[in-house]
Structures are given as structure tokens and as C-alpha cells.
Design a protein around this ligand. Structure first.
Ligand SMILES: Nc1ncnc2c1ncn2[C@@H]1O[C@H](COP(=O)(O)OP(=O)(O)OP(=O)(O)O)[C@@H](O)[C@H]1O
Ligand SMILES: [Mg+2]
Length: 427
């Protein structure tokens, strides 16, 4: 908890100080009265009355001061209690005075808003016009205000902010606005907003991917029914294209269904023992026609009888996509290496191509659904952009990792690592 800096309070006068002040006042007055009596002054009586008043005032003043100090110390107790509550809240909390300056905050607030400082205006830490105007609204209207703010740098994040007016010191003198303070509660909604955006993007992408081949099908049906009605050669050509489009749509639907099926059972680890060399041989056999078409040779290395715990069909899917990608996108390199390594701590399979490579800004996003470096190129090669998303979910289920390394112009390598159970850990 970062405590608010509070003004240094002067120590209350001691009892001894109060007594000596009264004694001093009394002695001085008596001295003056003695002098007046000696010289037979006519102001003796008024002086006696004045002395009496002075002594009473000197003795009674400490009681009023005592009351003020009691109030200050009870305010301090209240603020210390508030600080303790603020520090106990799990979300970031900031307290502002009636000018919008920070008087308290908790450690979570400092972590989320590093520019926060006691006595500084909130706008130093939160550069959001929405939040600043919410604070102004609270001060103006004395009611709760809510706002949301988003930041893109240094990292993307979103907060929901609730600003509540409070009066910690209801008994304070002065205009009511002077004692008004604002408790600001910040709720980190970054993950929720990201999920929402992904859901919206997903629906938009899926419908777009389906709409494109569908529109082409409609177009060809109209042509066959109209201008190409009596042209069997054109009809045969169009029907071949239509079959390809229909195939693409059904592949997209299959991939989407596979994704949701795998997501459903992602938390259940497979139990089968699978020979990786046999999986890789089967995949390479299936991809031979494609590799011939792309004039790319698939070289295999380290094919031993290594086993991992997994689901054979799902692992076939993983390596089919990785090797197919390497052949399709890396065909300019003319060669793809598939290496199986049975290491001490992990079994790894690396698929390496010598094609154009992938720019670093794309690497973190490759496993997102529908993410493609070059959408037109992928579509033209029959891709739906779901392959690596499937790979990621299947590997999550296998507790395996995917490491992608690439440099523009230097090809790409996709390494899948299956951790081996520790010696004394049950397999
Ligand atoms: N070896 C590679 N070299 C260059 N780019 C690659 C490579 N592998 C993947 N990519 C890029 O990553 C994108 C995503 O790959 P992913 O396998 O998810 O989708 P896809 O191949 O386009 O479609 P699908 O796998 O559904 O047929 C590809 O579109 C391509 O742009
Ligand atoms: Mg692919």
C-alpha cells in the first residue's frame, strides 16, 4: 500500500505548556495591578476586571484546542482505515481529492498505471479524455460516473473505470465540494474485450470464406443456364471449377467442425502410444503427389522407432499441415527436411523449408484462425487459414509445444516438441 502524503500535523500543546501560559498571564497582570495600586491610578478597577478575563481566557483556550486536535486525530484514524481497505482491494483503486489530484492508491493501481503519484493529477497516469471527463462529471454532479479506456502501447489493454463520489470527512467546515473525494475503481477487461473481438472476427471470417465460393457457384449456375446453355465444352470447364469451389466449402466446414471437436476435448490428454516414424511416413506418402506438383523434394532424417503418447489421427493432421505448408509455401526452395530427434528430455519433429520465409511480425499470429500472411496466395493454393489453428489445439491437447523460427528469405522451420515424462514420474 502506498500511503498518501499528509500534511505534517503540529504536536498538540502539552499540559505543562498550558499551565505555564496561564501562570505567566496571571503574574504579568498582577504585576501591572500592583504598580497601578502603588501609584493610586484611577484605572485600577477596570484593570482588575481585565486581568480576570485574561486569566479565564488563558485557562479556557487549551480546551478548545484540545477539541480541534481530537477531531484531527479522528480524521487520521478514518483515513488510515480507508487506506487499509484500499490496499485490500484486488483491483486497482485510486482516490482523488476535489481537484482530481491523487491522494491514495494501492499497489495494483501503481502496477497498472506506473505514472501515478501522490499529489499529481490523475491525467498524468491515465491519458484518456473519457476518464478525465468522468472525474469532472463526478465533481460537478456528485453522482457515480463510468468510463472505459483502451491503450495500445506499451501493450494493448482495456479498463472499465467506475468513479464514485465520497465524503470521508462529512463534518468538515467549508463548502461541501471541498470535502468531496472520488474513489476510482479500475477493472482490467483486456481478456474479455479480446475474446469478444475474436468471436466477432471469427463469425465475419467464416461467413466471408463461405460466401466467396458460394457466390462463384451462383455465377457459374447462371452462366450454364444462360449464355453457356448450348456449349457443352464451356459447361464441362465450369463444372470442374464448381466442383473445386464445392470441395473448398466442404473442407472449410470440416476444418471448423474439427476445430470445435478438438477444443471440446482439449483438456483430456490422449493415452494411445503412437510411433512417430510411421505417422511421418504415412503423411509423406500422402503428400507425394503435391510435392511432385510443386517440384519439392521431401527429405527425412532420424526415422527411428520413437513413440509418444498421443492420438494417431490427430498427429497425422498436425504433420500433414506442417509438411503441406512447407511444400506449398516454401516450394521456391525446392526441398523440405523432416527431422525426428529422440532427445534426452523431449522428442521433437522439425519441418524445415528453404522458401521465402515469414516476416517476424506475422510469427505470433500464425496460429490464429483464418490468419494468413498472404490471403490471396493461400486461397489460390486451396488454403482456409485454419491449418495452424488446428495444429495449435491438437498440440495443446498433447501437452506438446510448437516453435516457429523464420527469417525473410531464409525459409522457415516448425518444430513440434513432446516433453518426455521425468524418470520418477508415472508415464
Ligand atoms: N512454411 C511456410 N512458409 C511461409 N509461410 C507459411 C508457412 N507455413 C505457413 N505459412 C503462412 O501461414 C499461413 C497460415 O497457415 P495455415 O496452415 O494455418 O493456413 P493455410 O495453409 O493458408 O490453410 P489450410 O492449412 O487451412 O489449408 C499461411 O496462409 C501462410 O501464409
Ligand atoms: Mg496449411
Amino acid at each position: 500500500m502506498v500511503a498518501a502524503t499528509q500534511q505534517e500535523a503540529p504536536a498538540p500543546p502539552t499540559r505543562r505548556w498550558r499551565q505555564s501560559a496561564a501562570v505567566g498571564a496571571l503574574a504579568t497582570t498582577l504585576l501591572i495591578i500592583c504598580v497601578l495600586a502603588l501609584i493610586g491610578s484611577p484605572v485600577l478597577l477596570p484593570a482588575l476586571a481585565g486581568a480576570l478575563v485574561t486569566v479565564i481566557a488563558a485557562l479556557s483556550r487549551p480546551r478548545a484546542e484540545h477539541k480541534v486536535w481530537a477531531e484531527i486525530s479522528s480524521q487520521e484514524t478514518v483515513r488510515a482505515g480507508i487506506q487499509a481497505i484500499v490496499s485490500g482491494v484486488a483491483d486497482p483503486v485510486v482516490v482523488l481529492d476535489s481537484h482530481g489530484n491523487v491522494t491514495m492508491f494501492n499497489a495494483q493501481a501503481k502496477a497498472a498505471l506506473p505514472q501515478l503519484g501522490i499529489g499529481r493529477h490523475l491525467s498524468f497516469a491515465v491519458r484518456s479524455p473519457e476518464v478525465v471527463s468522468a472525474v469532472e462529471r463526478v465533481l460537478r454532479e456528485g453522482t457515480v460516473a463510468e468510463a472505459e479506456f483502451h491503450e495500445k502501447v506499451p501493450v494493448e489493454r482495456s479498463f472499465e473505470v467506475r468513479a464514485t463520489p465520497v465524503r470521508f470527512d462529512a463534518a468538515s467546515a467549508g463548502p461541501p465540494s471541498a470535502s468531496l473525494e472520488i474513489v476510482m475503481l479500475f477493472r482490467d477487461v483486456t481478456a474479455a474485450r479480446r475474446l469478444e473481438r475474436m468471436r466477432v472476427d471469427f463469425v465475419a471470417n467464416a461467413s466471408h470464406e463461405l460466401r466467396t465460393p458460394l457466390a462463384s457457384l451462383y455465377g457459374f449456375i447462371e452462366t450454364i443456364e444462360g449464355p453457356a446453355k448450348n456449349d457443352p465444352a464451356a459447361q464441362a470447364r465450369f463444372l470442374a471449377i464448381m466442383r473445386e469451389q464445392a470441395r473448398r466449402m466442404s473442407r472449410l466446414i470440416d476444418d471448423l467442425l474439427s476445430l470445435s471437436r478438438i477444443e471440446l476435448k482439449e483438456h483430456v490428454q490422449p493415452t494411445e502410444e503412437v510411433r512417430l516414424d510411421s505417422v511421418l511416413s504415412e503423411v509423406i506418402d500422402t503428400l507425394t503427389p503435391l510435392s511432385l506438383e510443386c517440384r519439392t523434394k521431401i527429405e527425412i532424417e532420424g526415422m527411428n522407432r520413437t513413440q509418444v503418447t498421443g492420438d494417431r489421427d490427430e498427429l497425422i493432421r498436425v504433420f500433414e499441415n506442417l509438411i503441406e505448408n512447407a511444400v506449398k509455401y516454401g516450394q521456391s526452395g525446392g526441398r523440405v527436411d523432416v527431422m525426428l530427434v529422440d532427445g534426452e528430455r523431449a522428442v521433437s519433429v522439425t519441418v524445415r523449408d528453404y522458401g521465402p520465409g515469414i516476416a517476424p511480425e506475422h510469427l505470433p499470429r500464425l496460429t490464429e484462425r483464418f490468419y494468413r500472411v498472404d490471403v490471396a496466395d493461400s486461397r489460390q493454393k486451396g488454403g482456409t487459414g485454419l491449418g495452424l489453428a488446428l495444429v495449435k489445439h491438437i498440440l495443446n491437447r498433447h501437452k506438446a509445444r510448437l516453435v516457429v523460427r523464420s527469417e525473410l528469405g531464409a525459409g522457415a522451420s516448425f518444430e513440434v516438441m513432446f516433453a518426455k515424462p521425468a524418470i520418477n514420474e508415472p508415464a
